[in-house]
Design a protein. Structure first.
Length: 91
């Protein structure tokens, strides 16, 4: 159920990193690693499954919003995630 804005102590702008600000141009990342980076965590940080699910709620829309600036690589196996990277010249 929607809540009134007055229920919250603080409201923050909904600013996201651009793909260029977040990703290294010579690296490919899973959506799980992107989720961590969006929260300024190490891409290999250990997280509880519930926390990771919450972070994915932010990462998936970020990938969709920044899709024009990304390239995609297939996963190594059917049960693994794909990889996303920063689109560079010629890609």
């Amino acid at each position: 159920m929607p809540r009134p804005k007055s229920d919250f102590d603080q409201l923050h702008p909904c600013d996201f990193y651009t793909a260029e600000e977040l990703l290294e141009p010579d690296r490919m990342y899973t959506v799980y690693e992107i989720a961590r980076l969006l929260q300024e965590l190490d891409p290999d940080a250990e997280l509880e499954a519930q926390t990771e699910d919450i972070l994915l709620d932010w990462a998936i829309p970020w990938v969709m919003t920044n899709a024009a600036d990304l390239v995609i690589a297939e996963p190594e196996a059917d049960d693994e995630p794909g990889y996303y990277g920063l689109k560079t010249d010629g890609e």
